[in-house]
Each structure stands twice: as structure tokens, then as C-alpha cells.
Design a protein around this ligand. Structure first.
Ligand code: SAM
Length: 287
């Protein structure tokens, strides 16, 4: 078999040998471009001190390079038809471990503490796009000991994660991602580097995860309730959005809090910074 698992020939050979068929519902678009794989690995700055968690190895094209560079790689794959294939394609790597399961359900902390013990943990993956946001939010919200997340996502989602206040793409996802990490778009990726070709353009985004969030928030639940309310009703002023939200505060109380935070109550949520949201939350929480 062709040693380079990203080559269309290797994929074709594997499909024939195992009778494998792509599953659209599992977001299976496999990488067939060695340069993109190199770029993902380079930007992840992988060394033998690193333990990598990979989401969705597919037939192992990216995994193969990760195994060459990292101390250890643990890949989580949901599709059971890929399990025997991966055991074959990656059999030469003794630093590879496969977990058959759903990345939204497996115990990631156990992977980090048991299987990747003593290593710097990074998540590197070409994500299944139908669950991009839940995966990213799980990795960030659980405050796992993860240093960096370097992932291929839909371009539009990468742009939203990186967007700044006032930008049309700025929203609840931007605030959440930027609260926990510093995002950087590494490279835009065209459709033709995947097989089968997806319907959307892609981008690789790197999230440098903060040891602790950059802003001081007394109660994250309150802050994210405010963020949800502010962006749930984008056309409303922040005063109106918050007064009709689940926060159950009177309009004049909210007005008072916004004034205290030096925020014009007539502004829309989409121009507020993370610091503004934290400030409002801390004032509501201490009420
Ligand atoms: N890494 C491979 C590559 O780049 O060629 C495949 C990437 S493909 C975009 C996404 C992979 O995620 C598929 O292998 C798919 O089966 C797997 N997958 C889908 N849902 C998953 C889930 N909930 N948990 C773990 N893996 C999942």
C-alpha cells in the first residue's frame, strides 16, 4: 500500500480492500493534500514532548504525520468501520492509540491524565463540521489541560471565532472562544484538497488556550446569559435585549448597571467587548 495515506490512490485502495464508503452524516471529507497536513503540523509546533488528541482520524492521513512528530497520539474515531482500517494503516506506530467513541461523550480528562501523562497536550484535527462548535466549546469550557487547539473548520466558523466587536461576524461564539483563548487563522483551505469535496470553504484555526481567562468574571453563567441575550436579539439595544432576557431584572436596574459600566444603553450588543460583558456580569452578580 502507498505509504502516504493522503494520496487519492491510497484512499481508493483502502476503500476497495475494506469496502469502506464515505459517510456524509459523519462529516467525512478526507485530506488529500500533503502540504496542508505539513502546515497544520508545523503551526502546531509538535515535538516529542507533546501528546496529541486527534478528533476523527479517518484513515489516518493527518494521524500519520502527528505520530512522526509527537511523543504520543490518541485519536478518537466514532465510525466503527474505520477502526480495523486504522489498526492496519497505523500499525507501524507504537506511539498511536485509538479510542472508538464520540468526542462529545468520551472522557477527555481521562485521556489527558492517563494516556498522555507528562506530555504537553495539544488538540490537532480536521474536524467533522456538523459538530464543530460543540467540540470546540467542550474543549474550552471543561478547562482541560490543553495548551493549543489547531483545527480545520468551515471558513465561516473560523471567521466568527476570530471576529472583533463591531464586525458583522462578531457574536456569541467569538466572545466564548476569545474568553478562553487567542484565535489565529493559519490558512484558508480550498474545497479541492478533500475527498469527497465539501460544499463549503475551510480554514485552519489555532486557539492558544489561556491558563486562565483574560478577564475577571465572578460568575461565568451570568456572563454567558448576558452574551446570549445580547446576540439573541441583535437588532435591539443592549438595554432592551437585557430587560427582556432570562436575567429577570427591571429596565431601570439594567439602565443603572449599564451607566455604572460606562456603556451607553442605546448601543447594540454586537459592539460590546468581552471586558464590557464581564463588567456587566460582575455588576449584576454582586447585586
Ligand atoms: N482526519 C481525517 C482526514 O483529515 O483525512 C478525517 C477527517 S473527517 C473531516 C472527520 C472525521 O471525524 C471522520 O473520520 C469521522 O468519521 C469522524 N467523526 C465524526 N463524528 C465524530 C465524533 N462525534 N467523534 C469522533 N469522530 C467523529
Amino acid at each position: 500500500m502507498d505509504k502516504r495515506l493522503h494520496s487519492p490512490n491510497a484512499i481508493k485502495e483502502i476503500m476497495e480492500k475494506y469496502g469502506f464508503k464515505f459517510s456524509k452524516s459523519l462529516g467525512q471529507n478526507f485530506l488529500i493534500d500533503g502540504n496542508i497536513i505539513e502546515k497544520i503540523c508545523d503551526k502546531s509546533e509538535i515535538t516529542k514532548e507533546d501528546g496529541i488528541i486527534e478528533v476523527g482520524p479517518g484513515i489516518g492521513a493527518l494521524t500519520q504525520q502527528l505520530c512522526e512528530k509527537a511523543g504520543k497520539v490518541v485519536s478518537v474515531e466514532l465510525d466503527k468501520t474505520l477502526i480495523p482500517i486504522l489498526k492496519d494503516t497505523l500499525k507501524d506506530y507504537d506511539n498511536f492509540e485509538l479510542v472508538h467513541g464520540d468526542i462529545l461523550k468520551v472522557n477527555i480528562n481521562e485521556i489527558i491524565e492517563d494516556r498522555l501523562k507528562g506530555l504537553n497536550v495539544k488538540v490537532v484535527a480536521n474536524l467533522p463540521y456538523y459538530i464543530t462548535t460543540p467540540i470546540i466549546m467542550r474543549l474550552l469550557e471543561e478547562r482541560l489541560a490543553i495548551e493549543k487547539i489547531v483545527v480545520m473548520v468551515q471558513k465561516e466558523v473560523a471567521v466568527r471565532m476570530k471576529a472583533s466587536p463591531g464586525n458583522k461576524d462578531y457574536g456569541a461564539l467569538s466572545v466564548a472562544v476569545q474568553y478562553y483563548s487567542k484565535p489565529e487563522i493559519i490558512v484558508n483551505v480550498p474545497k479541492n484538497v478533500f475527498i469527497p469535496k465539501p460544499n463549503v470553504d475551510s480554514a485552519v484555526i489555532m486557539l492558544d488556550v489561556y491558563d486562565k481567562p483574560q478577564v475577571n468574571v465572578k460568575d461565568e453563567k451570568t456572563m454567558f446569559e448576558i452574551v446570549r441575550a445580547a446576540f439573541g436579539k441583535r437588532r435591539k439595544t443592549i438595554l432592551n435585549a437585557l430587560s427582556s432576557s432570562s436575567l429577570r431584572l427591571e429596565k431601570d436596574e439594567i439602565n443603572e448597571i449599564l451607566n455604572k459600566c460606562n456603556i451607553d444603553p442605546k448601543k447594540r450588543g454586537e459592539v460590546l467587548s468581552i471586558e464590557d460583558f464581564a463588567n456587566i456580569a460582575n455588576n449584576i452578580y454582586s447585586k
